[in-house]
Design a binder for this molecule. Structure first.
Ligand code: AMP
Ligand code: MN
Ligand code: MN
Ligand code: MN
Length: 296
């Protein structure tokens, strides 16, 4: 993958959204439509960070190049750390890097097995054909709980996604399957060896106790993690402030991402994020020097 310096000047002054999903994972827009919408919303630098897959990047890059905006190749890797599921975003990666792709392929194989198992468990609750329904809704290779949530809504079992998670898919609920995702150190190593930066996604969303969260941040740093999302679409303003302080104290670079999944989720929308506080060092600080990867 070639590095170019295209768009580096606009990148300095642009608005950033470095965490978004397309229908290649559990978002609802095509990569092209996602980029078009982000551009219309005033985003100048967008990262596509689908769960455990990078298939959408080429299409997103083509559209971004047509529109004259910068597209950062990214991924959101599912990780299990001491029994907790955490998400590590990789930014500015070489998506063709073999060890990264082999690792992601392993996670996708686990997802497929888990999906069949979720279907089996829902069947016991007299919910028929859930796997088949979710598979149909998952238009890419990735199948996840969001597709089951959409199936449950479509079939009238629940009124909305939140209820689907609360009642069936969340931790400890009848359709929940304990997961063994990537090791933290594996995920960080895949990202770094692919030339990217590892970022803790939405740190305000984890259900760890304060001491555990400290340990997690330390473990992440010890294995080479360099950044956290300070501003996240799924954070409260208090969480943004809290992780600004964590970033400053620990010397993490800071990232900004909406976690946009589609226009249906109106509270997590493109182009409406708070600005990165001036005390933070942006994760994109040296991208202008090292070059944005703007070609597949
Ligand atoms: P998975 O990686 O397949 O286990 O699914 C995780 C995804 O489900 C997240 O990325 C969100 O998109 C979605 N999700 C998780 N918890 C909830 C929730 N409580 N309400 C709505 N969506 C959720
Ligand atoms: Mn998701
Ligand atoms: Mn996530
Ligand atoms: Mn996400």
């Amino acid at each position: 993958m070639a590095n170019t310096y295209a768009n580096s000047v606009s990148a300095l002054t642009s608005r950033y959204d470095l965490h978004t999903h397309s229908m290649r994972s559990d978002g609802t827009l095509t990569p092209a439509d996602l980029v078009t919408r982000a551009h219309a919303a005033g985003i100048g630098v967008l990262a596509l960070t689908d769960h455990d897959v990078t298939d959408g990047i080429e299409e997103a890059l083509r559209t971004a190049n047509q529109l004259g905006m910068s597209l950062i190749a990214g991924v959101e890797i599912s990780v299990t750390w001491q029994g907790h599921t955490v998400h590590i975003v990789g930014l500015n990666i070489d998506a063709t890097h073999r060890p990264l792709q082999e690792g992601l392929a392993r996670l996708r194989a686990f997802r497929e097995w888990r999906a069949v198992e979720i279907g089996r468990r829902l069947q016991k609750k007299r919910i028929d054909q859930a796997y088949e329904g979710a598979r149909r809704l998952a238009q890419g290779e990735i199948i996840g709980r969001m597709h089951f949530a959409r199936f449950l809504v479509d079939q009238g079992y629940v009124r909305g996604h939140q209820q689907a998670f609360r009642q069936f898919l969340g931790h400890g609920k009848p359709g929940y399957v304990p997961a063994q995702w990537a090791e933290l150190s594996e995920a960080v190593t895949w990202i770094r060896s692919a030339g990217g930066r590892a970022v803790v996604a939405h740190p305000g969303r984890y259900t760890m106790k304060p001491g555990e969260l400290q340990d997690f941040m330390g473990a992440f740093q010890d294995c080479g993690g360099e950044a956290i999302e300070v501003i996240s679409g799924s954070h409260t303003p208090e969480a943004n402030r809290r992780f600004e302080l964590v970033a400053c104290e620990r010397g993490f670079l800071a990232s900004v991402g909406s976690d946009f999944h589609g226009p249906e989720k109106t509270w997590m929308t493109l182009g409406r994020l708070a600005e990165l506080p001036s005390a933070c060092i942006p994760v994109w600080r040296d991208w202008e020097c090292s070059g944005l990867r703007t070609q597949p």
